[in-house]
Ligand binder design. Structure first.
Ligand SMILES: [Zn+2]
Length: 408
């Protein structure tokens, strides 16, 4: 079984490498702090008996060779970079649990047929470079030419950052999209409290929420605040009605299935003594099922028609961005659910509201995700915490699911 104390000690040691005072862990990709973190992971991989390779994009791979060179590979890991002032579980727990799983498989004396690789990925967080850049390089989504186009928040190109980190600035051997891989499994802390609240040991993630953004413009008529209420064409009030009804509708009918957020609203002319002639606001829908986006779009259209009538305004909609949901692979979800059962652990199927590298690897490989409980739901915070027992359960489930999939 997994050694909870060892994993917790490794995570603490990893955080101390990058910690800045009491502000939590900051390990931005391709910085000297990231180098120290990557070197520590390499050392742990070597100690666990894995063959270590750092590829040309700085992903660190630890290989446990299988017995059959023709058998498909199995991969598990997560991201090593953090946002500023993070905790020491987000991303990092997924690497340490995969490493513990590899160690258990090796020490069991019963090797796998396929190669098992543990991976530590840079640039998942958007804290320096755009998010998911590390997995996009490994999945062949970003190419050599993109190294001069993708820039960090300071304007440094990816290639320049790679060179200063000690890499070649080329992508030789980075793209793994042509390889025969049976499963990529990522363990992550839940970004919520469902598992903790319900007393569930592990979450099997069925998919990652898609994200559907709209910009909505309401046009009314500017007028003095002394205008009788019934005579107005108040664009601001109409916008607020749409947002409030839409939010209530989602809160009531889509619990655990979808969310809606209005994060931005501007009124024109934006004066204390003027009825707004125009209101522009954003709508952010998230869901694991595209069907919910279609349903909510229909509800929104209905609501707009009603508001146009009630408030005597005109409303225009524009789609700003549309990232579809990413479903995980049923066969891998089954292996995770069966694995949890074999281990006597309570699991539940749930979606991920946040994006992960798994979204990118799902374009080229079968994927699965495990959530471990997060105490009070903190992530991207120095207050992140999970009981060491959850780390052990996670590592045990990775090892068990990898065995089940390898035997299929
Ligand atoms: Zn993360």
């Amino acid at each position: 079984m997994a050694n909870a104390e060892r994993m917790e000690a490794q995570l603490k040691a990893l955080s101390l490498i990058s910690e800045q005072g009491e502000e939590g862990t900051t390990r931005l990709s391709y910085t000297p702090e990231y180098r120290k973190g990557a070197d520590y992971i390499k050392k742990l991989m070597e100690e666990a008996g894995l063959t270590v390779r750092e590829d040309a994009a700085g992903l660190v791979w630890g290989l446990l060779p299988g017995t059959d060179p023709d058998a498909p590979k199995l991969i598990s890991g997560s991201h090593l970079d953090t946002v500023r002032c993070s905790g020491f579980y987000d991303g990092q727990a997924g690497i340490i649990c995969a490493l513990e799983a590899a160690r258990m498989i090796k020490e069991s004396g019963k090797p796998l047929k396929g190669d098992f690789e543990v991976v530590a990925i840079p640039m998942e967080e958007g804290a320096r470079f755009p998010n998911l850049t590390g997995s996009k390089l490994a999945a062949g989504v970003l190419k050599e030419a993109d190294l001069d186009l993708v820039k960090d928040t300071e304007g440094t190109t990816l290639r320049e950052a790679m060179l200063s980190y000690g890499l070649t600035g080329k992508l030789d051997g980075v793209d793994r999209s042509k390889e025969k891989v049976k499963a990529f499994i990522e363990l992550h802390m839940e970004q919520g409290t469902l598992l903790e609240d319900e007393g569930i040991d592990l979450g099997v993630v069925d998919g990652i929420f898609g994200c559907y953004w709209k910009t909505i413009t309401v046009r009314g008529e500017v007028s003095h605040p002394s205008t009788p209420m019934a005579k107005r064409k108040d664009a601001g009030l109409a916008a607020c009605r749409i947002v409030s009804d839409l939010s209530e509708h989602v809160a009531k009918n889509y619990v655990g299935k979808a969310t809606v957020t209005c994060g931005k609203m501007d009124f024109h002319p934006g004066e204390i003594n003027a009825i707004p002639s125009r209101a522009v606001f954003s709508v952010d829908f998230r869901s694991g099922d595209k069907k919910n986006f279609d349903e909510l779009d229909a509800y929104l259209a209905e609501k707009i028609a009603q508001v146009e009538k009630d408030y005597r305004v005109k409303v225009e909609q524009e789609v700003f961005s549309n990232t579809p949901p990413t479903p995980n692979t049923p066969a891998i979800m089954n292996a995770l659910t069966t694995g949890a059962k074999n281990l006597g652990l309570k699991s539940a199927v749930l979606p991920s509201g946040a994006g992960h590298d798994t979204m990118i690897f799902a374009k080229i490989w079968p994927t699965g995700m495990i959530f471990i409980p997060s105490h009070e739901g903190y992530t991207h915070s120095p207050r992140e915490y999970t009981d060491p027992r959850n780390l052990a359960n996670g590592a045990d489930l990775i090892a068990e699911a990898i065995r089940i999939l390898d035997a299929q």
